[in-house]
Ligand binder design. Structure first.
Ligand code: DC
Length: 232
């Protein structure tokens, strides 16, 4: 019988709005691991840029890079929502970082090499002892190339835009389906084509296309693979 791996490092990478973070959170809850949403770290860094170094909707990347050490990011368990909320310099910004102004700028911030270096170092530190599910774009390729298990999640852009649009609607955010889809396409392009750690499937990652699968079906598939591969 296979040895159980109770403290694995699991990487879940893939496109925006494929549900990566939800599945990572569900796995962490079921198996008692920590969940880290690395996209939230890029979003919090973007928020810091917007609040401090932004003019005419443009974040000054030179200023942002020279103040990276002023950005302190923590995760704390929210007992009400059961999720791991992100804090920027001591303030809970879990909800604020999901706003559309952040989505519009985050890919530009995420392509700055110094920002990536700063956040990747923290991600490696948080995950070094295992028992972690980390979701993002470069977890299986750069942050933890030796992760115990890697997933790469994708879905058609139309389906992803629909899902994100429904999320915005629930939050009463006034934004059209077309704007959501355009933003997704733009972010995909920047994420895939940046020079440092572009969004790409690791050769040993398991590909899941959930265009025609609902949340339960996708999670069941991931859960089955996790149990089988880790002997749980
Ligand atoms: O998963 P998300 O949509 O919250 O991610 C926000 C942005 O951050 C996304 O456009 C790509 C970037 N990102 C990244 O470059 N590397 C990661 N590990 C996670 C996110």
């Amino acid at each position: 019988m296979k040895n159980k791996n109770l403290h694995p490092i699991i990487a879940i990478d893939g496109y925006s709005s494929t549900g990566k973070s939800s599945y990572a959170k569900m796995l962490a809850k079921e198996f008692g691991w920590i969940h880290i949403d690395t996209g939230a770290m890029y979003r919090a860094t973007t928020l810091y840029g917007i609040e401090n170094f932004c003019e005419n909707n443009i974040i000054d990347s030179v200023d942002l890079v020279s103040h990276l050490s002023d950005i302190h990011i923590d995760f704390k368990q929210n007992t009400e929502t059961n999720s791991n909320d992100i804090y920027l310099n001591g303030k809970n910004v879990e909800s604020r970082i999901r706003d559309f102004d952040i989505s519009e700028q985050v890919s530009l911030v995420a392509k700055i090499p110094e920002v990536r270096k700063y956040l990747v170092k923290q991600q490696r530190n948080i995950g070094k002892n295992g028992g972690i599910v980390m979701d993002g774009r470069d977890i299986g390729t750069v942050v933890f190339p030796n992760a115990d298990l890697k997933f790469f999640i994708t879905a058609s852009v139309e389906e992803r835009a629909k899902r994100r649009f429904i999320d915005f609607k629930k939050l009463n955010k006034n934004i059209s389906l077309q704007e959501v889809q355009e933003n997704l396409i733009q972010r995909d392009n920047i994420d895939k084509n940046r020079s440092v750690s572009p969004l790409i499937q690791a050769p040993d990652a398991i590909l899941i296309d959930n265009t025609n699968m609902n949340k339960e079906e996708t999670y069941t598939k991931i859960q089955t693979i996790v149990k089988e591969k880790l002997g749980l």
